[in-house]
Design a protein around this ligand. Structure first.
Ligand SMILES: NC(=O)c1ccc[n+]([C@@H]2O[C@H](COP(=O)([O-])OP(=O)(O)OC[C@H]3O[C@@H](n4cnc5c(N)ncnc54)[C@H](OP(=O)(O)O)[C@@H]3O)[C@@H](O)[C@H]2O)c1
Length: 332
């Protein structure tokens, strides 16, 4: 092995991402120097936030520069090391980029145990999306038994964990997802009480029927018309964890918030949050989730693209809702 396949950002997308916004190159694999190690990436995570990194609009994190390797979480195996703490054969997770091999000093990387759960889980249910679900629901929404919790993008990486955690809290748990197959999965496999198909043509009516006692907690992953509908169903003193707005990510003009009066009259507590702001809770969240996944108490599904060259199309597919559960790319 001498070459490293990498995916670079070729241009900043205007509207929807196109495959031509990426460029695939072959470069020489670097050799680790003192204090460094070489990782063979095995799984690459594709996440909605990457759409934001492709843009140079102001955000909570710096954009990827044109010509740079696309940013992204990956899990891999150390294959050569000149580092005292990371040994050949160790498995690590962190921001290793859209590439087959990565050099690291260890900064920002964590070792993971391939014997506890499959390696790919460290990018999903026992990784950043799982921690996002845990922190957003348990820390920001603080649902109580008997309350109704609604989560959008319910079949996805974050939403699927939110709903299962809400069930564990004793809540009535209602998902919102696109299409019957996803809704069936959410109810029959994940154990939600109900799931509303927002593409079914009767979003508000169906949502009100599924939430007969109103909405106490809303875990917001999408925004747009889904958000408008949920905002019409709040109970007094409802809590909203504002996690993501994927319906807006490819729009030039955002949909905006249309039902803001509902926040006022219901005295709603809406909290925007970024998982990276809570390193204090991250380890606790992942240790609980790892245990629950290993015990079969939390279920997950993965949609897997084969090979790095298929990462751009898989990424675009995920933004369009073609994934069920966590979208991954298998690299080795
Ligand atoms: N705040 C944080 O720290 C943080 C961390 C991780 C993720 N997030 C956010 O959380 C959200 C979910 O992320 P994820 O990784 O779990 O992704 P995901 O749900 O696995 O995949 C994205 C899903 O979004 C749904 N979607 C796309 N366009 C939509 C639209 N116009 N209206 C409604 N739904 C739409 C699609 O499902 P359907 O087929 O059901 O439409 C798609 O499968 C994203 O907004 C992401 O940016 C935030």
């Amino acid at each position: 092995m001498t070459t490293n396949t990498q995916v670079l950002l070729a241009s900043r997308p205007q509207g929807w991402v196109k495959e031509s916004d990426f460029k695939i190159v072959e470069t020489a694999i670097q050799q680790p120097r003192g204090g460094e190690f070489l990782i063979r990436n095995k799984w690459l995570s594709l996440d909605p936030y990457m759409r934001g990194r492709m843009s140079d609009a102001k955000s909570y994190s710096a954009p990827v520069q044109i010509g740079d390797v696309m940013t992204g979480g990956a899990v891999g195996e150390v294959i050569e090391s000149q580092h005292p703490r990371f040994k050949k054969g160790d498995h690590v997770v962190g921001i290793l980029g859209w590439q087959e091999y990565a050099i690291s000093t260890g900064e920002g990387l964590s070792k993971v145990d391939p014997n506890l759960v499959p390696l790919s889980c460290y990018l999903g249910v026992v990784g950043m999306p799982g921690a996002t679900a845990w922190i957003g629901l348990l820390e920001h929404c603080q649902p109580k038994a008997g309350e109704t919790v609604v989560v959008s993008a319910a079949s996805g990486a974050v939403g699927s964990v939110v709903g299962q955690l809400a069930k564990m809290q004793g809540c009535r748990t209602v998902g919102i997802a696109g299409g019957k197959a996803k809704c069936d999965y959410v109810v029959k496999e994940l154990g939600f009480d109900a799931c509303v198909d927002y593409k079914g043509g009767n979003l508000l009516t169906d949502l009100k029927a599924a939430c007969a006692d109103g909405v106490d907690c809303y875990f917001e992953n999408v925004g747009g018309e889904v958000m408008d509908a949920v905002f019409r169903c709040f109970n007094p003193f409802a809590r909203v964890a504002l996690c993501g707005l994927i319906a807006d990510y490819n729009l030039d003009e955002p949909h905006g918030v249309r039902m803001i009066r509902s926040l006022l009259v219901n005295r709603v507590n809406l909290r925007g949050f970024i998982v990276l702001d809570r390193p204090d809770l991250y380890a606790k969240a992942l240790s609980q989730l790892g245990r629950w996944v290993a015990q079969g108490k939390i279920k997950y599904h993965e949609t897997v693209a084969e090979g790095l060259r298929n990462a751009p199309s898989a990424f675009i597919g995920m933004l369009k809702g073609q994934n069920l559960g966590k979208q991954l790319v298998k690299l080795a």
